[in-house]
Design a protein around this ligand. Structure first.
Ligand SMILES: NC(=O)C1=CN([C@@H]2O[C@H](COP(=O)(O)OP(=O)(O)OC[C@H]3O[C@@H](n4cnc5c(N)ncnc54)[C@H](OP(=O)(O)O)[C@@H]3O)[C@@H](O)[C@H]2O)C=CC1
Ligand SMILES: CC(C)(CO)C(=O)C(=O)O
Length: 340
């Protein structure tokens, strides 16, 4: 297998994640090609490059998705929302070295036999019409295999991790198996994103407002229980392993104390599902988050996730505005022991 890192790295989807990854690679002199579906963003990118707020811009090639020719060799980093995957996947040949860096699980993507994925735990907010992003919360990028890999694939994955980490924009952690990290990120995402996006509140509010906090903690516990029941291995992302998070949530008074401690780190961060609720004909990644957990649960009870899925579907199909009152629809689905 040729050394893929010496070929241009194509990044599909120049949003919070794609722009940050592209900037980090360009900073260290790697050849990157940024591909986005929004022509105005591409035009801006051609004029002004890709910008990281406070750190400046890098001039890199930009191409509109409609004009893009997927490469036969080299990495393709998939940084779109999961609901845009079908369009991208339809254009790829089976040989492309595809590396998705996305939250959630897309059944169509999962059917591909791609070797590797990335899981971003930093938070990055890109302007809608400009390839200008801002990292609103620090965190790592985990990279690793999602199936048994060959020796050559291992070398390629390691070279990509090394390249992405060189700029030190975010710590890059090369891991043997990405799946426990992806499952753990889902446990958190499927609790934070639908609540913050439906209520139209900042992520930090989930650790401040009483009802939001109860729903957030109950969802974390339900998500953990689903993943445990399905015997999905989990890994530590951030300060605690999910086992410890679950123990904390089951200990009287500790969750309230932890909320005070963690609140500042969530305040002012960005929720990538939030802008998806505002557009006409809203589409969200809810199926890849909550939908996946419900499918995984099967017969196992998951009342809160079912209610969350129904709520997000109602908001998006009826074109409702995100507002705090939506959370009240979820209140009756809280476990009895933690009813307010
Ligand atoms: N932002 C964050 O902090 C984090 C995000 N994630 C995950 O990373 C993934 C990407 O999220 P994020 O960067 O926030 O998403 P954004 O919405 O910011 O960016 C996605 C970009 O992809 C573009 N796009 C859509 N379809 C195509 C296509 N066919 N070809 C090329 N570009 C396309 C979108 O254009 P348009 O707007 O016109 O549709 C948009 O510019 C998601 O799975 C998200 O959950 C994970 C961790 C943190
Ligand atoms: C910040 C966080 C964890 C919220 O779900 C995220 O990953 C996202 O918005 O994509």
């Amino acid at each position: 297998m040729p050394n893929l890192i010496n070929k241009p790295i194509h990044i599909v989807g120049v949003g919070g994640i794609g722009a940050a990854l592209g900037w980090a690679l360009a900073q260290e002199g790697y050849s990157v090609i940024l591909v986005d579906s929004l022509r105005s963003k591409v035009t801006e990118g051609i004029k002004h490059g890709v910008t990281l707020v406070t750190l400046g811009a890098h001039t890199v090639p930009f191409i509109a998705f409609d004009d893009w020719m997927p490469p036969k060799e080299g990495f393709i980093l998939l940084c779109t929302k999961t609901y845009d995957n079908p369009k991208v996947l339809a254009r790829l040949s089976g040989d492309a070295f595809l590396v998705p860096v996305q939250n959630g699980f897309d059944p169509e993507l999962d059917r591909r036999s791609h070797a590797c994925e990335g899981i971003a735990s930093f938070v990055s907010e890109c302007q809608r019409d400009y390839p200008v992003t801002r990292i609103t919360r620090p965190g790592s990028l985990h990279i690793g295999a999602r199936r048994p890999i060959t020796y050559d694939e291992r070398i390629e994955i390691a070279s990509l991790a090394l390249a992405l980490g060189k700029a030190k924009l975010f710590p890059v952690e090369l891991v043997e198996d990405i799946r426990p990290y992806k499952a753990t990120k889902l446990m958190y995402n499927a609790a934070i994103s639908p609540l913050a996006a439906a209520a139209g509140v900042d992520n930090g509010e989930l650790l401040t407002d009483q009802l939001a906090k109860l729903l957030f903690f109950a969802l974390l516990q339900e998500n953990y229980a689903i993943l445990q029941n399905a015997k999905i291995p989990l890994a530590r992302i951030g300060p605690f392993h999910p086992d410890t998070v679950s123990l904390i949530l089951r200990t009287p008074w500790l969750p309230a104390l932890m909320a005070i401690f963690f609140r500042p780190s969530l305040r002012g961060t960005y929720c990538s599902m939030a802008p998806d609720m505002h557009v006409q004909h809203a589409r969200t990644e809810i199926d890849a988050y909550t939908g996946h957990l419900i499918r995984l649960a099967g017969e196992f009870p998951c009342p809160l996730n079912r209610a969350v899925l129904a709520l997000i579907m109602k908001i998006t199909t009826e074109g409702l505005k995100p507002q705090y009152q939506h959370l009240q629809n979820l209140e009756s689905h809280l476990p009895v022991r933690i009813h307010p």
